[in-house]
Design a protein around this ligand. Structure first.
Ligand code: GLN
Length: 306
């Protein structure tokens, strides 16, 4: 054990912050606090009210283990098994991507669009649901929703299902294992969806290795978007056209630098209008949202509006 047996909260926090700083962790003090709150089962505010309290030997041992794991770059969310998204607490583990704050913008855009429409039952498709963060938060905030949450990973769906139960919205979500739209055939929702949403894997394969080491603990299939990071978009755009009703929305999260290419894909498909790009908190174009136009027919190898 690196730390002494009977140690005060203030001292152990100091030790942990220094230790993590030594390993170049980007937010050592915050991580030290979050992990200590987790071990002690109290919130961060209470840490400050109890700075002089002595930890038990068991508590300090468990804490030291977590700090050492964090020094090995395991993300805090995996260490505590939880991540907040849209003000809700989601269970996470190494089978699912850790929900990111940017993705909240995607969810908020959908909620805003719904705010403008009449109250009715919304049919929503979430491709690559992962922890279920998008599907579950939409289910939580939309009164009447039929959500189809798809993922290729059984393990991810298992976690997403638990999150739906935890938020008591399981009855609004169908969890489906499959590759993109392929397993949706069994449901009668062609031309019926109000929203098709996805935060697909969009990182270029080459770049994956050079990102912060924490990313290496997340499932590769949730991140790897192929050579140019665009592997999934074409399929999502054409599938969305098939499932959306007229004026239904396609809403996608995109990577830094991809906006022009993806906008062009949507434009070229010629089945969407009102294309809008929304930036994230860092000013990066992060979401593309578009409306399905009326029916198309194929003419001389190109889609044309009827
Ligand atoms: N839908 C999940 C999220 O937004 C998972 C996305 C993914 O695995 N690419 O976090």
């Amino acid at each position: 054990m690196l730390i002494q047996k009977h140690i005060k909260i203030s001292d152990i926090l100091g030790w942990a912050t220094d230790f993590l700083t030594g390993y170049n962790i980007s937010s050592p003090s915050l991580d030290a606090q979050v992990l200590l709150s987790y071990v002690l089962g109290i919130n961060r505010m209470d840490l400050y009210l109890n700075l002089r309290q002595i930890m038990t030997e068991d508590e300090s041992r468990r804490y030291e283990n977590l700090i050492k794991k964090r020094a090995k770059r395991i993300p805090v969310a995996y260490l505590i098994g939880e991540k907040e998204f849209m003000g809700l607490s989601f269970l996470v583990n190494e089978d699912v991507l850790i929900p990111r704050p940017e993705t909240e913008i995607l969810v908020e855009l959908i909620l805003n669009r719904i705010g403008k429409l009449n109250e009715k039952r919304y049919v929503i498709i979430d491709l690559g649901t992962g922890s279920g963060n998008i599907a579950v938060s939409l289910a939580k905030f939309i009164e009447n929703a039929d959500i189809y949450a798809i993922d290729i990973s059984k393990a991810a769906l298992n976690t997403a299902g638990k999150n739906a139960q935890r938020q008591e919205v399981g009855h609004k979500i169908n969890f489906i294992q499959g590759n993109m739209f392929e397993s949706l055939n069994q449901f009668n929702i062609k031309d019926r969806a109000d929203f098709v949403i996805s935060n697909p894997p969009y990182i270029k394969t080459d770049i994956l290795k050079s990102l912060q080491p924490e990313i290496g603990f997340e499932p590769r299939i949730a991140l790897d978007g192929g050579k140019d990071g665009l592997d999934f978009y074409e399929r999502i755009i054409s599938g969305a056209y098939f499932y959306l009703k007229e004026n239904g929305y396609l809403a996608l999260e995109i990577a830094d630098g991809q906006v022009l290419m993806i906008k062009e894909m949507v434009d070229k498909f010629n089945g969407f209008f009102d294309i809008e790009i929304v930036k994230d908190y860092a000013g990066i174009d992060r979401i593309i949202i578009a409306k399905k136009s009326s029916d198309l027919e194929m003419e001389k190898g190109r889609w044309r509006r009827l």
